[in-house]
Write a protein that binds this ligand. Structure first.
Ligand code: NAD
Length: 250
């Protein structure tokens, strides 16, 4: 299992206070990594779970949609950890509204966090990884990196953008030892999807279309995150890995 061993690695995970980010942060810690969790909301539960595994955990509170804060977040993460080997750009929001009524502020809020912050964090952490000549970056994409979705045009645009920058940066950085890939989760039970889960008709019609016959749980992302963060994926660059119970195969 050495291929998947993350002992001694330091991972910065955004949006790790709950949902998918929490599960991936804890998953990396189970594989041996120390974690810097960055979130706009309290992450005590995540930090406690990681420390109970005997790993180091730090929390940085920050609203990552504020571009001017990003440089400080990365400096603080480097100060706390001494280095960043793994970056998971997971923090993301969704605003549901038909395209014709989609507010400009909603569009800008979604883009600021889901796309701008991801690119700038890739740049800031990537420059440090480039100096060292190694690093693993995992961006969290979506089925809406491929499909159009309904009533979420800003979100769809941001997640198509995630697939694009993941490939663009892989082309530039793969030769310098930086692995940048993405995970595209299918329908997972978190706060992000709570309104769909509450709509019984929509929930059932989605479940029926999933070949695996069930929605994903946050823990379903632990394995894929460990894989893309570890040397098990050392010949993977610019890939968007669907973890979707077969949704995209249908
Ligand atoms: P969630 O709402 O449960 O968690 C989002 C996390 O992001 C939280 O930790 C929250 O504190 C943090 N966050 C929100 N706004 C922030 C900000 N401005 N600055 C810093 N942190 C902020 O959602 P989730 O379902 O766990 O989503 C995580 C990622 O997975 C998102 O990028 C989302 O688009 C993506 N995704 C989710 C699903 C799904 O079905 N749940 C499917 C595909 C992709």
């Amino acid at each position: 299992m050495q291929l998947f061993d993350l002992t001694g690695k330091r991972a910065l995970v955004t949006g790790a206070s709950g949902g998918l980010g929490q599960a991936m942060a804890v998953g990396l810690a189970e594989a041996g990594a120390d974690i810097i969790a960055v979130s706009s909301s309290e992450s005590r539960e995540t930090v406690d779970q990681i420390r109970s595994l005997g790993r180091e955990a730090h929390f940085i509170a920050a609203d990552l949609s504020k571009e001017e804060l990003l440089e400080g977040v990365v400096s603080e993460a480097l100060r706390l950890s001494g280095g960043i080997d793994i970056l998971i750009n997971n923090a993301g929001i969704i605003r549901r509204m038909p395209a014709a009524d989609h507010k400009r502020q909603d569009w800008h809020d979604v883009m600021a966090l889901n796309l701008d912050a991801v690119f700038f964090l890739c740049q800031l952490v990537g420059s440090h990884m480039l100096q060292r000549g190694n690093g693993k970056i995992i961006n969290i994409a979506s089925m809406l990196s491929y499909q159009g979705g309904i009533n979420v045009p800003g979100y769809t645009a941001s997640k198509h953008g995630i697939a694009g920058i993941t490939k663009a940066l892989a082309n530039e950085w793969a030769g310098s030892g930086i692995h940048i890939n993405a995970i595209a989760p299918g329908y997972m039970t978190t706060n992000n999807t709570a309104p769909i889960i509450a709509d019984e008709k929509r929930y059932n019609s989605i479940t029926e279309r999933i070949p695996a016959g069930r929605w994903g749980k946050p823990d379903d992302l632990k394995g894929p995150a460990i894989f893309l963060a570890s040397s098990a994926s050392d010949y993977m660059n610019g890939h968007v890995l669907c973890v979707d119970g077969g949704w995209m195969a249908r």
